[in-house]
Design a protein around this ligand. Structure first.
Ligand code: NAP
Length: 370
């Protein structure tokens, strides 16, 4: 029997000595085993604690909606994911509200996969409002605790999102988070299409289709604020609403073909596409302009009619902090108002998409994230 380098053997040491040594050794071995066990247990505990600490410190988990494959609203899954970290020039925002844009159900459904394939899994959403939680390296404009709104390219159907500081602005205190979340993708698109693409001037006549929608309701008010004369189209239920936004004439598209009620406009803002876009080209006066949010209009037809026609553009980064601030100031001064169609909780994103997909309604749908 060899233990710790001492050799005991019978009969060399005699039976008694041998038995005594065996007992002592046994006690020694048991004690040592217990010590080793206790030390290992202690070491293991230390490791577990360290692991727990590092997991908690580096990657706390948050709730987010994710899409793993193209399909219906049931593809919007509420999941626990690691909190994103702000990179250089990025800000981590605790999201309080997110605007639900029609483009989001179209992407989820796979309608844009030919020219903008999704990278799965992805978090939908871009227009948001919330509070700065942390700033990444190089950020000097924003600091923790500020109320902000803007556009994220990293998904906004989530408790936290990371945002480039170039597409972020301070939220005026008078605007709720839900109201501020309607600006990006609604007001910003209306502004750029009317004033940059369409070069709308005071005194001109503009026809705005889908005038009660998330883009249209801002377009009507911006055009009016600019001093243009506004004609809007909407369904019966939204006629009075569009008039209240400042439209001089509102055409109920369910009962009157718009070309029977309006001709020779300087600008058409098309938020519907298809047949509405085709028919709209005839109501633009010679030398006038049509801007579509949906598709590239026929250039051949535009030449025939001696008009200009284009798909809207969006300069990058879009929307800029300056544009977000300009619009927020108009809202703060009471010159432009915000309309929220309906609000849903984050886990009800599927219901919000079903409503958005109907293509009808008044104002922007918003997810409220507590
Ligand atoms: N390319 C871009 O940069 C860009 C940016 C933003 C949006 N978009 C697109 O522009 C479209 C509108 O966006 P949104 O956010 O305003 O959508 P929205 O909030 O869903 O509003 C759509 C509006 O269209 C109206 N409408 C439906 N059919 C109509 C018709 N035949 N004639 C006139 N109005 C009609 C509905 O009003 P009623 O209830 O009265 O029917 C509704 O208010 C969407 O397709 C969206 O994807 C493109």
């Amino acid at each position: 029997m060899r233990q710790r380098g001492i050799l005991f053997s019978y009969p060399k040491h005699g039976a008694n000595v041998f038995e005594q040594m065996k007992k002592k050794l046994n006690v020694f071995i048991q004690t040592e085993k217990r010590l080793v066990f206790q030390t290992e247990k202690k070491k293991l505990n230390v490791c577990i604690q360290a692991e727990k600490r590092s997991v908690f410190m580096v990657r706390r988990s948050i709730q987010a909606i994710r899409v793993h494959q193209y399909g219906g609203p049931e593809q919007l899954k509420l999941e626990q994911i690691p909190c994103p970290e702000p990179q250089v020039d990025e800000v981590l925002v605790r999201v309080h509200a997110t605007g639900v844009l029609p483009a989001e159900w179209k992407v989820r459904q796979g309608l844009f996969q030919r020219f903008r394939p999704a990278s799965f899994p992805y978090i939908p959403g871009s227009a948001f409002a919330g509070i700065v939680e942390e700033v990444g390296p190089g950020v000097t404009t924003f600091q923790k605790g500020q109320e902000v709104f803007g556009r994220s390219n990293n998904g906004a159907y989530a408790e936290y999102t990371t945002v480039s500081e170039e597409t972020l602005a301070l939220k005026p205190a008078s605007l709720s988070y839900a109201e501020a979340a309607t600006i990006s993708g609604g007001a910003t698109v209306a502004w750029t299409a009317l004033f940059e693409d369409g070069a709308l001037q005071a005194g001109q006549r503009v026809l705005i289709h889908g005038a009660a929608g998330g883009v249209g309701l801002f377009a009507v008010q911006f055009a009016r604020w600019k001093g243009a004369r506004v004609i809007g189209t909407a369904s019966t239920a939204n006629v009075e609403f569009v008039r209240s936004l400042g439209a001089e004439t509102v055409i109920d598209y369910t009962s009157t073909p718009f070309e029977q009620a309006v001709q020779d406009v300087d600008l058409v803002l098309d938020t519907i596409g298809g047949e509405t876009l085709q028919r709209s080209m005839q109501v633009v006066k010679r030398g006038g302009m049509l801007v579509s949010l949906l598709e590239q209009p026929s250039q051949e037809k535009a030449r025939e009619l001696d008009i200009r026609a284009m798909k809207n553009t969006a300069a990058l980064p879009f929307p800029s902090t300056t544009l977000l601030q300009t619009i927020a100031q108009l809202i703060e001064k009471g010159l432009v108002k915000v309309t929220i169609a309906q609000t849903f909780a984050l886990h009800e994103a599927n219901l919000a998409h079903e409503l958005s997909q109907s293509g009808h309604g008044r104002g922007r749908i918003v997810l409220l994230i507590s």
